[in-house]
Ligand binder design. Sequence first.
Ligand SMILES: [Zn+2]
Length: 367
Amino acid sequence: MLIDHSTYLKFKESAIQGRYVVNAQIINFLTTLRPEFTVETIGASVEGRPIKSVTVGTGNQKVLMWSQMHGNESTTTKAVLDLLRFLESKDAIATALLRNNTIKIIPILNPDGAEAYTRFNANAVDLNRDAQTRTQPESKVLRDVYEDFQPSFCFNLHDQRTMYNVGDTSKPATVSFLAPSHDKARSISDTRRLSMQLIAAMNTELQKVIPGQMGRYDDAFNANCIGDTFQMLKTPTVLFEAGHFQEDYERERTREYIAYALIKALHCIGEDETKSYSEKSYFEIPENNKLFFDILIRNAQMINPSFTKDVGIVFSEVLKDGKITFQAKIEKTGRLDEYFGHRTYDGRVKGDLTSLKGQNFWELLKQ
Ligand SMILES: [Zn+2]
């Protein structure tokens, strides 16, 4: 590992935690950075919130990354704040990253969606389906920055839901990657190969800390997606998806793994090591699957005879009084043998029944 856990804790931006991360926090954070970090307002959202970027480093490799294009996907935002703190440190690796790269970060591209804790912008548009027509101000901002900065690499930073597992295993997809396609045939251009090699490098690094918990995202081509568009424009682009780590609903662990991945990627780009990884190891990362429930109750008929067998419960995040709460909903019932639960209970087991009665979703099961 380039960075270990105790080093990470030294630069983690612990003032910003949890799932609800909004523009005001970012604006405040950016004022605390040292003067060599150039902070700019690069545009405004539909509701007039400023969209901020920060640029640092003097190297030839130019890396552009943006987070919270989907407003409720804040884990990677926390990771880029950690990355910025790392770059501020006098760590030798950080110094090399700044010598070799020029890094431009947009921590929140969709500040209105962040405020409302929703995927969409204030016009209810998914900005990751707006890359071609660019009907929204936020899409124009990103495109303008892209054209002006002319990045050598782009990182498109997102969160994914807790339902994703890795391949057919019971491991959650804590981090998923995609080298987006640039055509329907999903062919491998030199540009796309570089994205794959970079993912292979990050995967190698992360396997050391969360073995078996990296997944590969579906590579179906959609020109309206920003990654596919930048890939078509011949800029190697990587999609990052921050996912679930065991019991980590606040995504504080995942944030750390994303920070490791970002540092590894910037290191590889800066040291020109990307090409030493093979695209073959990209394809060896198992594909994501959707086999997780947040709660899986086997033999739920023992609790309520109206259930035929198992019950799968999912949590959705709801913004209430400035906080995210997790609301349970029964998603699927019947024989759910092939599924996994982040927590699993069995209605036949007395101890499981006792602990179920203490849970906030107990009432759901009694109806
Ligand atoms: Zn997303």
